[in-house]
Every structure is written in structure tokens, then in C-alpha cells.
Design a protein around this ligand. Structure first.
Ligand SMILES: Nc1ncnc2c1ncn2[C@@H]1O[C@H](COP(=O)(O)OP(=O)(O)OP(=O)(O)O)[C@@H](O)[C@H]1O
Length: 855
């Protein structure tokens, strides 16, 4: 065997498609020298081309190791297999390697003859390896190249190593002394084809490589694409250095990984249609990382750069063949890059049951089924456990973390919903806008489909986009006895009698109902004017509802027009119109509300990381509303809607009760569980009522159960007093409804809950009720839940609170313990019941007599 030293680790595929190889570059047909203008298309943006000699040196190191391995392989080859000389081997591999690409005129002719020869030799090595595999298996094997290699190397390296895998200490030759880099941390990767690899790579193999000056790896993401999926977008990112895969859509697809005990390199698989490399590198111009160790670490070529804890949490292996998660995985890598090395020192998390429910593509492997091998240890899922030493977490990173965990939490139900989201997206793609037509332009057939009422009504519509789908039931006029003509299209409650497939306003097609509230129904519709999906809230045909909805539409319109609206996490308003005496508000279409998500998850709350993300998003919304001088007045989980089922992004909806600071019309507002004490007690109120609701929501999102689940107002106050004690005297004196709950001395009248249990003030603590051990979380809740509105935390302070920006040391993936009383199933309860009340609020024996008076 010829010494493959000095030869880059390339394969035939590179010759076919001039591109940059994993560790450096490939020549192309024009590349006789390394000058930029001779470089292939991507080389203009890839300054690493300039460091070819250095990389070749690096190749030589790698090749050396490979040569050793192959040499050992030869020695230990099964003696029963027929001996094979190099020529035979070369002949055998001719079907694998297309040598025609080595022709000087071929597009990928090597940079110089030596190198070309060297590549050929090296390719031969690889081919021999494949050949060995064939011999060993005694049958022709034609899986992707990397799989062959993988099998061969597993079999061949192992006997040499015994049962002990090569660790960094054995492998460390020419160690740079960088502890982190040479640490024995290892991680596994799943390639697009489903293999799992250990990444346990000593630095010494790469220590000579140098990153081009002024360039550092900006992006390195793992593609999670299926090898069979050619439809995946080619790039997720942009940047000055030209983010791209090493093997991009122009045929440089890489789907293989060559692994030895010392290194892992992606090897292109010419059979693959992949448009993404599993090792996508982006060299962008930065001044921070200009040495090779940074470059390599960030390229995951050695253990110092282990995989993202988040990627392990969500089980990258499990989702690798699901193309829908490509952005997700790309996100994992892109934001993880910025995590300091200290964050990789995270605790091992053996109980991964939470994450095993991750939806997997059919046929993909479960991580526990990975064959045992010294080279391929089982992956331990690791929780996100930020070190408290590192700085604050950015808002963006928090959101992305939460998105991933949200994905990993996908239950069966959510899996269905994800499917629904997919279908919606697919539908969205197929919808096209219709050209407007006048009545005259309608065909005879179309006119025949209109009812007599519609034929009159349509005259008022100069632009007709849609008249109802063929064969759909039309909403006909029904004038019941005692009913006026205005109510002819409504049911007895005043709701519009909607028919699926029918039109609204000769423009929208009704697809289905997505929600119902006290003001009306929300429909999913297609807007044929713009060709998109929208949600339309059809308000009840009642004067009060109509007027209030007009206010809502006005507020939404005003909010949407603000330039900082985009970052406000508030539902986007499009339009409103009156149709058959129903006010209709057109908004963007969103997903499930958070209450539904919790309910569908059997009233299990969200992990703290998701709660944190929701909290941050909600605070942004409240901050925006505050700047606009608006009080929402109806904050609750039902009014926080997921944007999509695949992430943890929420938007705030329902401004039907909202008011401006100076236009407070109502004294009775907010949903009961989230009602602020000043509203219950009839005190003057302000924007602080939203903070109270916000505090209640935080606790509920974590526990899955309302914090103060009063069945009536007195009970509601009783639950609040259980935690906060009796309100201060001065508040009682200014409240208009104090007599209902307190006597003249300010002592609370005894309150019993609906089960007859006395609600005794100051007998519960927030941490008891939430079962949460996160001090920052509890602190934020308790700062929101203050009797005195002036003492409540402000939105600005909440945005800077430790829980939001801090690097919490708690396990952020933990949910409320399932066996805790707070989450125990309620006896005889129907899980579909709205907001079940915890039965666990058992009175604790009191050390002191109950405090019914103000302390
Ligand atoms: N844009 C939307 N996309 C998807 N679903 C929506 C949308 N808007 C509302 N919904 C669903 O409809 C439900 C009722 O909507 P909304 O809260 O606006 O109505 P409402 O009559 O004001 O309710 P409430 O009784 O709380 O005042 C929501 O909880 C939500 O589940």
C-alpha cells in the first residue's frame, strides 16, 4: 500500500464536482494555482482556499492515521477471505471510483499532478477499504460509501484496540495542551443516512491546520435531511463569507462520514441527492476567531466542540430523517456556536423519557437501538443546565432553546397537530389569489348557484372573489316566528350560522371553526383576494358585542400600524367588515391556545425553559401595549396562541376587553382566575391588573393548573388570601366592595371553597402550590402577586428579572413532578373540563391561630 501521506482525504465525488472538502478545499478544472480568480465558484468567498498547504499538512496527518488503520486492517483481515493484491483491489474498486474524472481536462482536475496522484492513491485506499468490506461480508455491498467504511473500521480497528477505545490520552500526540480540546468528552452524530458516530477526536490530528486569517467559522450546522429528500432548501443562512455547505446542491452532496478511532470526517457520497452537507461550514469574516483551534473546535473535529446539549436533548438522531426539522437542527447548531466552552460541562441526564416521545420518521432508529461498540457508546441525553458562571442568556437564544424543548415534548396529540400545521402550510402554498369580478362577469352557472337573497346582496359588491364552493350548503335566510330579518342568518345565541365551503363577504371561503368565545366564533378561512389563510372572528349579532368588537378592531388596527409591532408578539390584524349584521375581524391564523395545549397534555405544565420563553414573549407584548397606553384586561392562557406547533412562539390575542389608560369603561373585567384583587374589591385599577394576571399565568404554565381557581369571586379572594394573607387595611378602606368580604375591623369573613374546605389566609406558599424550586421563578411570581398594585413589579423590571435574563442553574427541562399532588388527576374529573381545580389544596395544620385580620 502506498503511503497516503500528503494526500488530502478526497474521493471520487470531489473530482466530479469541484468543491471544497471537509478540511479544506478541492481543486477544480481551473485550479492550477491557488489564486482566487482560478478558484471554483465558491472559492471566491472561501478564503480557506488560500491555506491549502496548511490543510494539506493536516490531511497528511489524517492520512497517516488512516494508513496505520488500513495497515492494521490488512494484517488482521480474515484469513479465510481470498488474498487480494493491490491490483485486484484496484480493479474491484473501479466500479466504485470513476477515474475518468482524473483527466486533466475534467472539470475537477487536481490542482497539480502530484496532488492528483496523491488523491488517486488515497482514493484507492478508500476503495480498498470498501473492498475489504466486501470480502468480509462475502457479498457485494453497495450501501453508501461511508457505511462501508463505518463497518470496516468498526471491525478492523476494534481488534487492534481491544475492548478499549482510543481515548484522548492514547491518541494525544503533539497535543496543544488545550485541556478542553483534549478532554474525553464525546458525542455522537447521526448522519443523514441514519448512522451514529462517536465524536471523540484528539486535537493532535488537526493541530497543524490553520484557519485563514480574519476568517472564523460562523456557522456549522448539521443537516438533518433525509438522503432521499432533494427538495430541501440549499441554505439556511447568509453571511459575508457565503454560507454554504461544503457539498452543496450543485452535486457536491455529502452524506457520508469517514471515521477512524481518531477522526471523523464527512465523506461525500456520490449517490446521494442531498443538498446539504452534514457538516456545513460557513467562513465569515470575523476578527475574534482566527486560529486553527477555534476553527476546528467549531467544526466539531474534536471533542472540545461537542454537540449542542440542546441537540441531544431533542434527540437529533431521532429527527434526522424528518425533513421538517431541518431548520430546527440548523438552529441548534447556529446558536450553540456562541455558547462558551464552560456550558459543555453539563450533567448527564439518564432519564430521557421526556424526550423519547419525540416524533420520528417511520423507519428511523430509536437511539437505544444503536449497536454497542467501543466506538459508538450510547448517547446520554443531557439537560440544559446553564452554568451560572457564564453571562446572561440572550433573548434569541432563550427562544430557540424553548423551541427545541417544545419540539421534544411533542406528544402524540401534538404530533397530530404538527401534521395539521404541515397540512396548513401545504394548503397555504396551493392557494392562489383570484381576480376580482363584477356581477356581470359571473357565468350563468355561477349565478344559478347563488340564492335569491345573494343575487340581490351581491349587487353591493363591486369586487367578487368567491361565491361559495360547488355543492356547499348556502346559509339561507330563516326568519323564525318573532324574529326580525336582521337575525335571519343567526342561531338563537346570535352567532352566524356558518357553513363550511360557503363564502363570507364574497371573498373568503370558510374552512372550519378554530375557536369560540363569548364574543363569537373564530373561523379559519381562505382569503381569495390575497390567496392566503386567515382567521376571521365573526362577532355575535348583539349590539354590545358589536360595539365592543369595533373597539377591538380599532385597537388592533392601531397596534398593527406601529413600526415596532413586529417584535410585539401580538396577533396581526388585517381587516374588518360587516357581513349580514355580523362584525368580522380578519387576523392572521394562529395555532392552539396554551390552555388547549396544557389540556391536551393531561394538565401537565410546561418545562421551565418553555415557561421562561413564554414569559419573555408575553412581557414583550405587555411592554409594547404599555407604550401604546393600552391595558389588555383579559390575559389568560386561552389568549396566548402558539404560532406553530413546532416551536414555542406565542402571540397575544383578544383585545375585546382592552381599554386605553384614560378610557376605562368597565369596573368588572378579566377572567376570574386571573382577576386582580383591585377589580374584585372594586378599587381603582390600572395597567397593574395585567401584571397580576401575568403572575397567575406564569404559575399555571408551569403547574398546568390555575393558581387561584375560584369558583366565584369570594372563593377567588379566599384562594388569594390563602397565599397573600389579608389585604392591607388601607386597601380595604378604599375598596367599594370591602363590606362583602370584610367586617368593619378589616377582618375577613370566613370563606369556604366549593368542597366546603375553609380557605384560611396565609396558609399556603407559592412554592408549595407550584412545586417549583427555582428561586428566580418564584421570586418573579411573588413580585407580580402583590395586594398593592403600586408594589407589583413593573414590566421593565420584569424584563430585566433574573428569571428572564439570568443563567438559571436549575434544571430548566423539569416539569412539575407528575406525582405531586398538584398534578394528580382529579377524582371523577373529565379531563376535557375547562380549567380543572386542584383537589390538592389541603389545609395545612397551622402553628398559629388563623389570621382573619390584617396583621
Ligand atoms: N387568529 C386565530 N387563530 C387561531 N385561533 C384563534 C385565533 N383567534 C382566536 N382563536 C381561537 O378562538 C378562541 C376565542 O377567540 P377570542 O378569545 O378572540 O374570542 P372571544 O370571544 O374574545 O373570547 P373570550 O370569551 O375569551 O373573550 C381563542 O381562545 C383561540 O383558541
Amino acid at each position: 500500500m502506498e503511503n497516503p501521506n500528503d494526500h488530502p482525504a478526497t474521493t471520487n465525488n470531489h473530482r466530479k464536482h469541484p468543491s471544497i472538502t471537509l478540511l479544506g478545499l478541492r481543486s477544480d478544472k481551473h485550479s492550477k494555482d491557488s489564486s482566487r480568480h482560478h478558484l471554483p465558484k465558491f472559492a471566491h468567498t472561501n478564503p480557506i482556499s488560500a491555506s491549502r498547504p496548511l490543510l494539506q499538512h493536516q490531511y497528511s496527518q489524517n492520512s497517516k492515521i488512516l494508513a496505520e488503520v488500513f495497515q492494521k486492517a490488512k494484517l488482521s483481515r480474515d484469513t479465510s477471505a481470498p488474498p487480494m493484491n493491490v491490483k485486484q483491489e484496484e480493479a474491484n474498486i473501479s466500479d466504485i471510483i470513476d477515474v475518468s474524472n482524473n483527466q486533466p481536462n475534467s472539470p475537477s482536475f487536481a490542482m497539480n499532478t502530484n496532488q492528483n496522484d496523491a488523491e488517486t492513491k488515497f482514493d484507492n485506499e478508500l476503495a480498498i477499504e470498501n473492498n475489504t468490506n466486501k470480502v468480509e461480508n462475502k457479498k457485494p455491498v453497495n450501501p453508501p460509501l461511508f457505511q462501508n467504511r463505518r463497518i470496516v473500521l468498526d471491525k478492523l480497528v476494534q481488534p487492534e484496540l481491544g475492548s478499549k477505545p482510543l481515548g484522548p490520552s492514547e491518541a494525544a500526540v503533539g497535543n496543544t495542551g488545550n485541556e478542553e480540546i483534549t478532554s474525553s468528552s464525546s458525542s455522537t452524530v447521526k448522519t443523514p443516512l441514519g448512522e451514529r458516530y462517536q465524536e471523540n477526536l484528539p486535537l493532535n490530528n488537526f493541530s497543524v491546520a490553520k484557519e485563514p486569517k480574519d476568517y472564523a467559522l460562523k456557522e456549522h450546522s448539521i443537516s438533518n435531511l433525509s438522503a432521499n429528500n432533494p427538495s430541501t432548501p440549499t441554505s439556511h443562512t447568509n453571511g459575508p463569507g457565503g454560507p454554504r455547505s461544503l457539498n452543496n446542491s450543485s452535486g457536491h452532496a455529502a452524506s457520508g462520514i469517514l471515521e477512524t478511532d481518531r477522526l471523523v470526517q464527512p465523506v461525500p457520497n456520490r449517490d446521494s441527492n442531498l443538498q446539504h452537507s452534514p457538516f456545513r461550514v460557513d467562513y465569515s469574516r470575523t476578527s475574534n476567531y482566527n486560529d486553527s483551534s477555534h476553527f476546528l473546535r467549531r467544526n466539531k473535529f474534536f471533542p472540545g466542540r461537542s454537540f449542542s446539549p440542546m441537540s441531544e436533548i431533542v434527540g437529533i438522531n431521532d429527527i434526522s430523517s424528518n425533513t421538517d426539522f431541518s431548520d430546527l437542527r440548523s438552529d441548534v447548531c447556529s446558536y450553540e456556536r456562541n455558547i462558551p466552552a464552560t456550558t459543555s460541562k453539563i450533567a448527564s441526564y439518564s432519564s430521557a423519557s421526556t424526550f423519547r416521545r419525540l416524533p420520528r420518521a417511520p423507519g428511523s432508529k430509536v437511539h437505544t437501538e444503536v449497536p454497542k461498540s467501543p466506538l459508538r457508546p450510547r448517547t446520554n441525553y443531557r439537560p440544559l443546565n446553564y452554568s451560572s458562571k457564564i453571562g446572561p442568556v440572550s433573548f434569541d437564544r432563550l427562544l430557540k432553546d424553548a423551541d427545541l424543548v417544545m419540539q421534544s415534548l411533542a406528544s402524540r396529540q401534538q404530533h397530530k397537530l404538527i401534521q395539521e400545521s404541515k397540512n396548513t402550510r401545504r394548503l397555504q402554498k396551493t392557494i392562489r389569489p383570484y381576480p376580482p369580478r363584477s356581477l356581470k362577469r359571473l357565468s350563468e352557472y355561477e349565478r344559478a348557484r347563488l340564492t335569491a337573497y345573494e343575487l340581490e346582496e351581491v349587487k353591493d359588491f363591486p369586487e367578487i372573489y368567491f361565491i361559495g364552493s360547488r355543492g356547499c350548503d348556502k346559509v339561507s335566510k330563516v326568519i323564525a316566528p318573532g324574529c326580525t330579518e336582521e337575525l335571519a342568518f343567526d342561531d338563537p345565541n346570535g352567532d352566524y350560522r356558518v357553513n363550511v365551503g360557503d363564502h363570507l363577504f364574497y371573498r373568503y371561503e370558510v374552512i372550519n371553526k378554530v375557536g369560540k368565545g363569548s364574543f363569537g366564533e373564530v373561523l379559519r378561512c381562505i382569503d381569495y383576494k390575497y390567496g392566503k389563510l386567515v382567521a376571521i372572528k365573526v362577532i355575535r349579532n348583539r349590539v354590545k358585542c358589536y360595539d365592543q368588537a369595533l373597539i377591538e378592531a380599532g385597537i388592533l388596527e392601531r397596534l398593527t400600524k406601529d413600526e415596532s409591532f413586529i417584535e410585539s408578539n401580538i396577533i396581526r390584524y388585517f381587516d374588518h367588515f360587516n357581513f349580514r349584521n355580523h362584525l368580522c375581524i380578519v387576523t392572521e391564523l394562529l395555532g392552539e391556545n396554551l390552555f388547549e395545549v396544557i389540556r391536551d397534555n393531561n394538565y401537565k405544565g410546561f418545562p421551565l425553559i418553555i415557561v421562561k420563553s413564554f414569559t419573555a414573549q408575553l412581557l414583550k407584548s405587555l411592554n409594547f401595549l404599555q407604550k401604546q397606553g393600552i391595558i389588555h384586561c383579559d390575559l389568560k392562557p386561552e389568549n396566548l396562541l402558539l404560532c406553530d406547533h413546532t416551536n414555542a412562539r406565542v402571540k397575544l390575542i383578544d383585545f375585546g376587553s382592552s381599554c386605553r389608560y384614560n378610557e376605562k369603561v368597565y369596573t368588572y373585567l378579566q377572567s376570574r382566575f386571573y382577576r386582580a384583587p383591585e377589580v374584585i374589591l372594586g378599587m381603582p385599577y390600572g395597567k397593574e391588573i395585567d401584571i397580576w394576571s401575568f403572575g397567575c399565568i406564569l404559575a399555571e404554565l408551569y403547574t398546568g393548573i390555575p393558581l387561584f381557581p375560584g369558583a366565584n369571586e369570594a372563593e377567588q379572594l379566599g384562594y388569594i388570601m390563602e397565599v397573600l394573607g389579608v389585604p392591607p387595611r388601607e386597601l380595604i378602606t378604599i375598596s367599594t366592595r370591602s363590606k362583602i368580604y370584610f367586617d368593619s375591623q378589616g377582618q375577613a369573613h370566613p370563606i369556604f371553597n366549593s368542597r366546603g374546605r375553609p380557605l384560611i389566609p396565609s396558609t399556603k406558599r407559592i412554592d408549595q402550590l407550584t412545586r417549583c424550586k427555582s428561586p428566580s421563578f418564584l421570586d418573579l411570581i411573588s413580585k407580580c402577586l402583590q395586594w398593592d398594585p403600586k408594589k407589583r413589579i413593573t414590566i421593565e423590571m420584569a424584563l430585566r428579572h433574573e428569571f428572564i435574563i439570568g443563567n438559571n442553574s436549575e434544571n430548566m427541562l423539569r416539569r412539575t413532578p407528575l406525582n405531586s399532588p398538584i398534578n394528580s388527576p382529579i377524582k371523577g374529573s373529565n379531563s376535557k373540563l375547562k380549567n380543572p381545580v386542584s383537589h390538592s389544596r389541603i389545609a395545612h395544620p397551622l402553628p398559629n391561630p388563623p389570621l382573619y385580620h390584617n396583621p
